[in-house]
Design a protein around this ligand. Structure first.
Ligand code: GLN
Length: 573
């Protein structure tokens, strides 16, 4: 990026949260990213999580919601889904860091002898590793041994640190969101790293702090004290926030903002409120209206210039407001938690808006679905998603739901485990293999229509060892999937190869392929390198498609996913 003919140094924005969790730091970070991007800057957004797991891949969705997968196969926090949906950027393994990964890198390096006899400590070794990653000096733990020993400590020499940073970063802005809440013991090293970076980077770093202003009904008052305390806590760690974003359920008047500004040493124009809005996608424009992006630029010393019109985004918002007709879609899964199927919910929601309808999602707990109640459970829905997942629990309910939608010709979308359930149901009820199953659920099943992938058989480690990330898939011409991808402008007519993200250990067993095809379930998407079935469909039904990959990870606000578009269209007809 050049500003007035001069190369611009990379700027760093740190986003922290106080008072309580779940304030929507991810949405605010994504919104800042969007607004800066709309001004023509090259942006990336990364998340630092204070837990010890190397990545969230081994976490139960009840802990932190869905596990989002990047194109390069990293299992990450669901906030990366917001970053991608808002900005359309592709994140990578470098955009999702945990305390566990930081420690692992440092400990591996220590075992390798890289520290030459030094005592390894939280400060400076852990904080240095955090800083290195915050600055996007992308040292990969997998290449430990060829570690970049460059000094990020600064040691009072700001200019040499600055030089090092510049040469390694391709972005104009790196936005870093830190998980957890100020005051947590476990996030302290991250705060110390931010404090040091602030000092070293000077004006090139900006701290945005998100807090909560509660409304006390009995007193009929909004209270700023928790915000004041949160900022004090941050100041106690040596960090003065530049910008405060106040989450609130009620509008804050200027006197409230002024009070916060003067108690917290923050300019009035840098106190922004984030009121509850009907849709998270309204947040960027609300922030823009209050000048959040302009305040960031001013703090950094970049000329603010004109406010971008964000035409496509605003067109989308208008479509969202206009979409009135409701389409009812069931999500058949086992995690009764909003965040567990976040990307699927958002993909349905976005595809609905672009189809001029409101997708109303009804969660159906697959553990409770029986032959006797399936009709009642799916009553009134015009489409069903069979959700991804792992393990035995709840799968029989998914199979029953699949049988019901297949025999009643209700549009059905099976994703990953959902696709595998479609395959098993078909084997049991059409091919006549009553004992058909996935080797995941019963390793000794005589009809293993879903089997473990060959390369998975020797793996014993659980973390990061599945088939992860984007792989190619060739689409069969004339199939429903092919049609869906082809109506998107991004597809050049005739092109039949796509790339989608994966997260699985089991696959369609090719031994049975011919039988399936003969009886009407077609394998219409194949990975050319591994001859792996990626998509199955029953073309004689209205819309009955299962994908081994996860299309939900690549749906964005401005580019809804073609399969979701086509599915919701079928549900709304
Ligand atoms: N458990 C299945 C597998 O590992 C499906 C995984 C998923 O739905 N993400 O193959």
């Amino acid at each position: 990026m050049t500003i007035r003919g001069k190369e611009m140094d990379t700027k760093y924005i740190f986003v922290t949260g106080g008072v309580v969790s779940s304030l929507g730091k991810g949405i605010i970070s994504a919104s800042i990213g969007k607004l800066l991007q709309a001004r023509g800057y090259k942006v990336t957004i990364q998340k630092f999580d204070p837990y010890i797991n190397i990545d969230p891949g081994t976490l139960n969705p009840y802990e932190h919601g869905e596990c989002y997968v990047t194109e390069d196969g990293m299992e990450t926090d669901l906030d990366l889904g917001h970053y991608e949906r808002f900005t359309g950027i592709h994140t990578t393994r470098h955009n999702s860091i945990t305390t566990g990964r930081i420690y692992k890198t440092v400990i591996d390096r220590e075992r390798h002898g890289d520290y030459l006899g030094k005592t390894i400590q939280v400060v400076p070794h852990i904080t240095d590793e955090i800083k290195r990653r915050m600055l996007r000096m992308e040292v990969d733990e997998l290449t430990s041994g060829q570690v970049d020993k460059s000094d990020v400590n600064g040691k009072g020499n700001n200019s040499s640190t600055r030089q090092l940073v510049n040469s390694l970063t391709e972005y104009d802005f790196v936005i870093t969101e830190v998980g957890g809440t100020i005051g947590d013991i476990e996030s302290a090293p991250f705060m110390e790293a931010i404090r040091q970076l602030r000092w070293q980077l000077g004006r090139d770093a900006v701290c945005v702090h998100l807090t909560y202003v509660p409304y006390l009904k009995a007193a009929d008052e909004l209270k700023t004290k928790p915000t004041q305390h949160s900022v004090k806590e941050l100041q106690g760690m040596g960090i003065q926030p530049d910008i405060l974003v106040l989450r609130t359920e009620r509008h804050l008047d200027d006197s409230m903002r002024l009070k916060v500004a003067s108690f917290c040493n923050v300019d009035l124009e840098c106190v922004v409120q984030s009121e509850d809005v009907p849709s998270i996608y309204e947040v960027p424009v609300r922030m823009q209206r209050q000048g959040l992006d302009a305040a960031i630029l001013r703090k950094i010393g970049i000329p603010v210039g004109e406010t971008p019109a964000m035409k496509p985004w605003n067109n989308f918002l208008q479509k969202q407001r206009d979409a009135a007709r409701e389409v009812h879609i069931a999500l058949v899964g086992k995690y009764d938690l909003q965040d567990a199927y976040k990307s699927i919910r958002e993909s349905l929601n976005l595809a609905g808006i672009y189809n001029d309808v409101k997708a109303k999602i009804h969660f159906v707990n697959s553990e409770e679905v029986t032959e006797g109640n399936v009709a009642e459970k799916l009553n009134g829905v015009t489409g069903v998603v069979i959700c991804p997942g792992f393990g035995q629990r709840g799968i029989e309910g998914k199979i029953i739901a699949t049988e019901y939608t297949r025999t009643h010709d209700i549009p059905t979308f099976g994703i990953c485990l959902g696709m595998q359930m479609m395959v098993i149901e078909f084997a049991r009820n059409v091919l006549g293999y009553k004992d058909a199953n996935s080797a995941e659920m019963n390793p000794d099943t005589p009809h293993n229509v879903i089997d473990m992938m060959e390369e998975q058989k020797s793996i014993t480690e659980m973390g990061g060892t599945m088939r992860l990330g984007a792989y190619e898939c060739e689409l069969q011409e004339g199939s429903r999937a092919y049609e869906a991808y082809n109506v998107q402008e991004s597809m050049v007519n005739g092109q039949c190869s796509i790339k989608e993200r994966h997260r699985h250990r089991y696959e369609f067993n090719n031994k049975y392929k011919e039988e399936y095809e003969a009886k009407g379930m077609k394998c219409v998407g194949i990975n050319p390198a591994a001859d792996l079935v990626e998509i199955v469909e029953i073309p004689t039904l209205k819309w009955f498609v299962g994908t081994q990959f996860h299309p939900e990870y690549s749906s964005t606000v401005l580019h809804p996913h073609p399969l979701f578009m086509s599915f919701v269209k079928a549900c709304s007809e």
